[in-house]
Design a protein around this ligand. Structure first.
Ligand code: ACO
Length: 354
């Protein structure tokens, strides 16, 4: 039985629940991914920048706001469905008009057109910018964490497909001028509002922003000579002037989409940025704007890993203890880094290093 229309509170939907995001792959690419359903229908963490402080959408019953992205180009398809809607009144939110303020106006409203675009993109989409870092993972490792279903039975660990990841840097002092990037950024910036607490859109008239974008790169099953790219996450960086003639680079926004979290991709993206900074003599320092706790944790773990791999630092930090170890391996000092990137210690080394 429908709740009485005169009580709008009963017609309120939790915006974080109603809002569903999907990263849609072409049919052929999806066929290779039976274990990765989690790319479709995941939810935002925050919707208050869009739907207001109480994160509620008023005036509907059984509401679903489906925003689908083509996994590479991030072309969007918006589909709003509900069982019932209150008769038009000020208590009914105009969901599409609200969303239109945050997404580019060229989104698809017909699923068939969107899916045709997804198929087209699979053959045509390549990331804007320059590849600066690449790494790979066995596909099975991505599905062993519980949130993805296990790899198909017929695959033994030796048969596992290797999935490549590439980090693209869109840079430097002419950033917005990188072909196709401005439009691309307008599509991906929504993830900042949906996943970073207190995140907000950056200004396009500030010239000096730099970006690093992470993609999953797969070979097509039907034609392995074709590489397809799928958006994973990104970071925006802002270079501040640093006396006398260098810049202090600040990580401003950093997001890995939920289906890819907890797989080490955040660490890989951070490491790529860190290496880029080390290789750029004009950058004096790498800082972070108002980091979330999870990001602080990621940064600490990765900074420690890099320090432990730095022989000079280890020698100076641990003195004789380090000098006495064969080959100077971190594990020999009582400090260990396990496979998942965790740092463990059995003594004073941790407090000194930290
Ligand atoms: N299998 C299982 N676990 C793994 C694996 C793996 N292969 N690899 C890493 N992990 C673990 C890590 O040990 C770590 O564990 P912990 O949570 O116990 O410390 C955890 O996974 C996270 O490490 P990563 O996988 O490297 O990081 P992730 O890709 O999940 O990214 C981030 C972390 C960026 C915080 C992500 O969760 C995110 O985008 N969150 C939402 C947005 C956000 O908060 N962004 C930061 C805001 S601050 C700013 O913008 C400056």
């Amino acid at each position: 039985l429908a709740p009485p229309p005169h009580n709008p509170a009963l017609w309120a939907a939790d915006a974080n629940e109603a809002f569903r995001l999907s990263l849609v792959r072409a049919k052929d690419d999806k066929a290779a991914l039976t274990a990765r359903e989690a790319y479709e229908g995941f939810h935002p963490t925050f919707t208050y920048p869009i739907f207001g402080e109480d994160e509620k959408i008023y005036g509907y019953r059984d509401l679903t706001v489906d925003l689908k992205f083509a996994s590479g180009s991030l072309a969007q398809f918006l589909n709003i469905t509900y069982a019932e809607r209150l008769p038009s009144s000020s208590a009914v939110d105009d969901i599409e008009a609200t969303l239109r303020k945050f997404i580019p106006s060229d989104y698809y409203t017909t699923e068939a057109d969107f899916l045709a675009r997804v198929e087209e993109d699979a053959l045509a989409f390549t990331p804007p910018g320059t590849c600066v870092h690449a790494y790979s993972r066995p596909a099975g490792a991505l599905s062993r964490k519980g949130k993805h279903i296990a790899i198909p039975q017929f695959l033994s660990p030796e048969d596992e497909e290797t999935v490549e990841f590439e980090v693209y840097h869109v840079s430097s002092f002419c950033t917005w001028a990188t072909p196709r990037f401005r439009e691309y950024h307008r599509r991906m910036q929504l993830f900042v509002l949906l996943y970073i607490e207190a995140g907000s859109y950056i200004r396009e008239d500030e010239e000096t922003w730099e970006f690093v974008v992470l993609y999953e790169k797969r070979k097509r099953r039907s034609d392995p000579s074709i590489a397809t790219y799928h958006f994973v996450g990104y970071s925006s960086l802002y270079p501040f002037y640093c006396f006398p003639e260098r810049v202090r680079m600040r990580i401003s926004q950093f997001v890995i989409l939920p289906p890819y979290q907890q797989e080490g991709h955040g660490s890989a993206l951070y490491t790529a940025i860190y290496q880029h900074v080390l290789a750029s003599p004009h950058i004096a320092e790498l800082t972070v704007e108002d980091p979330a706790e999870a990001f602080e944790d990621l940064r600490d773990r990765n900074d420690l890993k890099m320090l432990f791999a730095n022989e000079r630092f280890m020698r100076e930090a641990l003195g004789e203890c380090w000098a006495g170890t064969a080959g100077g391996r971190p594990g020999d000092t009582g400090v260990s880094i396990d496979g998942g990137g965790r740092v463990g210690t059995n003594g004073a080394a941790r407090s000194r290093a930290a």
